[in-house]
Design a protein around this ligand. Structure first.
Ligand SMILES: [Mg+2]
Length: 180
């Protein structure tokens, strides 16, 4: 059975720019490139799962999101096919939801496609919906402090749900991932 790390994008891999549209506004977070390389080297599959309601709202389109993702990988010095799969959820909260976190549809699909053992998988991000998505899919969840402010209420919620907090993605990798 395979292991995997599911990753949020904004506030986790790159700085959270409100409705990011222009690739020139992509700003990578320190240490994330190294973290991504270590995750892959350790034998974990890596998936990107990002909510992009700006598509449904008409603020930008799919090609803008793809361009920003490409720029992000370039900035990390990683190939365009680095992620094993990418889920861009275009829905706004008031629409019928298919992939928008905390929907676990993407996780369920990857579990089947890659024969993942959910208990050996993680979902990491800067908002509660990220670990929540992981937990709901039978995975482990982690919060990083590189995006949305993790306040005391969120800290309490994390503690109550066995969700670990990490200063950044690299620290998560160092503390939690083990060689296969
Ligand atoms: Mg985020």
């Amino acid at each position: 059975m395979s292991r995997a790390v599911f990753l949020d994008r904004d506030g986790t891999l790159i700085r959270d720019v409100h409705y990011l549209k222009d690739p020139n506004d992509v700003e990578i977070i320190n240490g994330v490139g190294e973290a991504l390389r270590i995750i892959k080297r350790m034998g974990y599959l890596i998936f990107l799962h990002t909510n992009q309601s700006g598509i449904a709202r008409g603020y930008y389109d799919w090609s803008d999101v793809h361009s920003c993702n490409e720029r992000m990988l370039q900035e990390f010095g990683l190939s365009a096919d680095f992620f094993d799969d990418v889920c861009i959820a275009p829905e706004s909260p008031d629409q019928v939801i298919q992939y928008r976190k905390p929907s676990i549809l993407f996780q369920q699909e990857m579990i089947v496609k890659f024969k993942l053992e959910p208990s050996n998988c993680w979902m990491i991000g800067d908002k509660w919906i990220d670990p929540q998505t992981g937990l709901d899919a039978g995975m482990k969840g982690g919060l990083v402090r590189t995006g949305k402010v993790v306040d005391s209420e969120l800290e309490k919620m994390a503690k109550a749900n066995n969700v670990e907090l990490f200063p950044d993605l690299l620290e998560f990798v160092k503390q939690q991932l083990v060689e296969i």
